[in-house]
Each structure stands twice: as C-alpha cells, then as structure tokens.
Design a protein around this ligand. Structure first.
Ligand code: ZN
Ligand code: ZN
Length: 245
C-alpha cells in the first residue's frame, strides 16, 4: 500500500500528467527535521513544503553511528504513515555527517541495509571542517549525493560521474560559497548536478523558481538549470525503483 501509493503519486507528479506546470514543482532531496538539528517535526516540514508547491521532499537528518538506526526507523515509520493522497512525495534518508573517511563505506552500507532511501554525505564545505577525504570516501561508497562538496578536485568530479553520484548546489548560506566551482566543474565533466536547500526550518524552503536562480547564480544557463532539475527527477526515479524491489 505504502509502495503503491508512493509509486502512483510520484509517477503522476513526475510525468506531469495533470498539467504542464506540475513538471516544475520543487524537488528538494536534502532537508532536516527535529530528528537532528532542524526545527520542525517531519509532519510540519512536509506541510510547509507542500504549501510552497513542492512535489518531492527528501528528509535526510544528520547521522553518525550513535543515531543511525533511530533516525532511519523514525523516518521510515513517519513516511509509511502518510496518507495515499498526501499531495507530495516524501523520501527519507540520512546525511552522514562529520565521520572519519574510513568510517564512511561501512556507514553507507549500514544506512542502506536499514532502509535509508537517500544517503547524503556532508561534503567538504568551505565553512565547516570535515575531514579531508570525505568527498572521495562518499563517492567511492556509492552515496547518492555529496552535499556541498566545497572545492572538490576535478578527478573526484570525474569519479562521481563514473559512480553515478550526484553533486549538490545548495542555497544554504556558507555552504553555497563554492557553488560556482561545483557548477563550473560539473558542466565540464557532465556531472549529475542537483540543487537542494539543506533546509533546517520553514524559511529555508524554496520554490523551484528561486532554486533555479541559485543554479543560474552558480554559472549555469537556463537550459542547464532544466538539466539540473531533470537530474533531481532521475535520482527520485532511482530511489523509487529501489523502493519497488
Ligand atoms: Zn544541520
Ligand atoms: Zn544538511
């Protein structure tokens, strides 16, 4: 029932079978609830996102070895409790945060085994000191998204392409300082760029129109912004395909 509802809802939303405008509703695959350092319970985060016209919301709370099981189990229970006609597709996962690079491979596997639908790595942002090697370890582990990867090396952008890992442009202040770098290299190497808000509260959520400006602010054209949007759709489809197995 949960599976079927998820499939039908998102299939409808993604294919935009109601009206053309459906196609451009926000897809945001990196946000936080009160299960880590966000301020909203997941239910309110979902409602606030829905009110802003989101079609897909990924809730990806900060995790390390201390809370991985608890967060995934809480979010799984929450998503399964949503009604069939919720009007928004909600995916759940984790943002593995401040781990040592050598822990990342195992933690990505554990998160997947516990059912996380999205595995985000808190990348090497310019404004928070995470260990050097975090981006690389996340890519090698086959995480879904390297969030705010900072001044990621060209070879790693290339590796992310090969491994099917998405690289994030972000509207989050501080983390967004390297958007221009990530956008430039992403274009050069054909990386799977996506844009997320890393929201911790309702005010952080963005419409696609505003998210598109963040993408263009990173040096991408209007057409390239559409490609970024399609990348987010492709990742949602990947997650739903896993859900279907
Ligand atoms: Zn946070
Ligand atoms: Zn985050």
């Amino acid at each position: 029932m949960y599976l079927e509802a998820g499939w039908n809802l998102v299939r409808g939303l993604i294919l935009g079978d109601n009206s053309g405008s459906m196609i451009w509703k926000m897809i945001d695959l990196h946000t936080h609830s009160i299960l880590s350092d966000g301020v909203l319970v997941p239910a309110e985060l979902v409602q606030q996102a829905r009110n802003r016209g989101y079609k897909v919301l990924g809730i990806t709370d900060h995790c390390d070895a201390s809370n991985l099981e608890m967060v995934i189990s809480c979010l799984k229970g929450f998503v399964r409790s949503l009604p069939k006609n919720s009007g928004i597709a909600v995916l759940f996962g984790v943002e593995l945060t401040h781990l040592y690079p050598e822990q990342i491979g195992l933690m990505v596997k554990r998160a997947r085994r516990l059912g996380a639908e999205l595995v985000v790595i808190h990348g090497e942002t310019l404004v928070e000191p995470v260990p050097k090697g975090t981006n690389q370890a996340g890519i090698l582990a086959g995480a879904d998204i390297i969030a705010h990867p900072g001044l990621i090396e060209p070879e790693l952008v290339n590796l992310a392409v090969k491994k099917g890992v998405y690289l994030e442009l972000t509207s989050r202040r501080g983390h967004c300082l390297s958007n221009g770098w990530v956008g430039g290299l992403g274009k050069r190497y054909g990386a799977r760029l996506i844009v997320n808000t890393d929201s911790h509260s309702a005010e952080d959520l963005l419409s696609w129109e505003d998210a598109r400006k963040v993408v263009m602010g990173a040096g991408l054209s209007e057409d390239e912004a559409m490609w970024v949007y399609k990348n987010s759709e492709a990742l949602v489809k990947r997650v739903l395909a896993r859900r279907g197995r």
